[in-house]
Design a protein around this ligand. Structure first.
Ligand code: 3UK
Length: 542
């Protein structure tokens, strides 16, 4: 295989884990049998244009009060110019790592596709990352080139003195002769795609988890197409008239799939909007007549409260991922919108969602079933399968899986061919998987195992609770006690009366021993840019 790689710079493939540490890969479905050579941008763009799709809209974005539209042919041309810029002006050699930095906008989308075309390896970075995190990523992935939105220049410049490998940088939405915008005008739109292997590296997605040094997860050109042919194909069933919208950054694989690759794979379009708060998201759904929404559970909770002020008839399907979807939020959103949320668990290591459900097969309190193409199991400490109803570690295998870039932690995530996500789950008798907690977030109090999210779910059904988080707090007598951090809705007093009312409410809803013995009111919960609660910060505060 090495003789046939299109990569002249083999850094990424040279730093894959040894083969015996890879998970087992499965391609059981006919649609997952891919050719040996494949460039994912060729599949997502050039093939679509060749099939007669060139004149249809691929991307939409706000343009002052107007709507900007970019067709498949125009996006192909822009990605071609960017590929020419990388190769002819910036000296890119296939296999070089290219840092991409920008909010979700059409240029950022074209940049991803341009790098894929040129056989480069995309390294996306979340807009909010600081110089320290950028430095770690650049050095770990030995990044050589960068394409960056001018408005996010500051932190990248701060990082540069500590990034010796990063030599070639260009900015878009910038003035000046060396800006991407002006240089691209003088470059041809035609670009001969680099003929990558399906198993050549296409991207390195970084994940920091909740703590610890960032890990780079390596994904191939094939993986990008496989993520499109699994979750959306079986749970969303999109068509060419769908308009996707949502909040996750393209640098987060949840967003890369939902807001770029999925729409293109199905001939649909994506509405890319840079900053979306609940109110502006609802406005944008109406403005772009969006039909499919990708966002996180907390956003659905906020949207439910504001729904009635907007005309949202265009919206048909809603996907939630990143964190467990509390059943209270599922119900609240359904009451407000009439839409059954599609919950799905994905991971950066797996590139996208592997357990989910079609909307009509939603089950209260369950994330869903292993989607076609994946196998999932709940394993006990010895690696054996748990009986239905028994809590253990979630394990999955399928067409995608974990390959960390030069990282010892590969041995923790992959065991006996299974990917272990670090989540505690149980499977019911019908093969539905029920989330309990992150494995290291299970609270053990006086000998009882308590899953924080179950207590959160109970608290969220109380009308005074806007948001909450439950962790274990050290306790001399019980080892740990259940502690709830609660954000109240405006108009409720954060006093002892409210505390005991919330405690009684939990005791009435679930087994009383799970109630939070300690309750603290706070103004907001600490979250990552991908919307994940940072429980460790709360634990440190106890
Ligand atoms: C948690 C969930 C319960 C879970 C992601 C969709 O979140 C994504 O990737 P990350 O690497 O985090 C992975 C971890 O997040 N999680 C995600 N979704 C759910 N827990 N229910 C859910 N529905 O702990 C998992 O191990 O940031 C999600 C697509 C792509 C992604 N990268």
């Amino acid at each position: 295989m090495s003789a046939a790689t299109a990569h002249a710079d083999t850094f990424a493939r040279d730093h894959l884990p040894p083969r015996e540490q890879w998970p087992e890969f499965r391609f059981d479905l006919p649609e997952l049998r891919y050719p040996r050579r494949m460039n994912c941008a060729a599949v997502l763009l050039d093939d679509m244009v060749r099939a007669g799709h060139g004149g249809r809209v691929a991307l939409r974005a706000p343009f002052g009060p107007e709507v900007y539209e970019c067709t498949y042919a125009q996006l192909q041309a822009q990605a071609g110019r960017l590929a020419n810029l990388l190769v002819r002006r910036m000296g890119l050699v296939p296999g070089n790592r290219v840092l991409l930095r920008g909010p979700n906008n059409p240029m950022m989308a074209a940049a991803w596709l341009g790098v894929f075309k040129a056989g480069g390896v995309c390294v996306g970075t979340m807009p909010l990352l600081r110089a320290k995190e950028l430095t770690e990523i650049v050095n770990k992935a030995q990044v050589t080139h960068a394409l960056c939105d001018k408005r996010l220049e500051a932190e990248l410049k701060l990082a540069l003195p500590d990034c010796p490998t990063l030599k070639e940088i260009r900015y878009w939405y910038a003035d000046g002769a060396d800006s991407i915008d002006s240089e691209c005008c003088s470059l041809p739109a035609r670009f001969e795609n680099v003929d990558t292997l399906a198993e050549d590296v296409a991207l390195i997605a970084f994940t920091s988890g909740t703590t610890g040094k960032p890990k780079g997860t390596v994904h191939f050109h094939r993986d990008v197409i496989a993520m499109c042919d699994c979750f959306p194909r079986s749970c969303l069933k999109p068509g060419p008239d769908d308009v996707f919208i949502g909040t996750p950054p393209l640098a987060f694989t949840f967003g890369l799939g939902g807001l770029l690759c999925f729409p293109l794979r199905f001939g649909a379009s994506a509405a890319l909007v840079e900053k979306l708060a609940p109110e502006t998201l609802l406005e944008s759904i109406d403005r772009f007549q969006a039909t499919v929404l990708f966002t996180a559970p907390t956003m659905y909770r906020a949207l439910a409260g504001l729904w009635k002020n907007h005309d949202l008839r265009s919206l048909k399907k809603c996907v939630s991922a990143g964190e467990a979807l509390p059943d209270a939020t599922r119900r609240l959103f359904r009451q407000a919108s009439g839409i059954e949320i599609i919950d799905g668990i994905g991971a950066t290591e797996m590139i996208h969602i592997f357990i989910s459900h079609a909307p009509e097969r939603a089950r209260a309190g369950a994330t869903g079933y292993a989607i076609p193409g994946y196998e999932a199991a709940v394993l006990d400490e010895n690696g054996g399968r748990c009986a239905p109803g028994q809590v253990g570690r979630l394990a999955v295998k399928g067409p995608t899986g974990c390959r960390y870039l030069a990282d010892e932690r590969q041995k923790d995530y992959v065991r006996n061919g299974w990917n272990l996500t670090g989540d505690a789950y149980l499977m019911d008798g019908d093969g539905y998987f029920h989330y309990q907690a992150r494995t290291d977030d299970m609270i053990i109090s006086a000998g009882y195992n308590i899953a924080g999210p179950e207590v959160e779910d109970a608290l969220l059904t109380h009308p005074a609770v806007a948001e909450c988080a439950v962790v274990g707090a050290p306790d001399e007598e019980r080892g740990m006690v259940v502690k709830a951090f609660v954000v109240l809705k405006p108009g409720t007093n954060p006093d002892e009366g409210t505390k005991s009312e919330l405690q009684e409410h939990v005791k009435r809803s679930i087994a009383p021993y799970k109630y939070p013995r300690s309750v603290e009111f706070i103004h907001s919960l600490p979250r990552t840019e991908t919307g994940k609660l940072q429980r460790f910060k709360l634990r440190n505060a106890t």
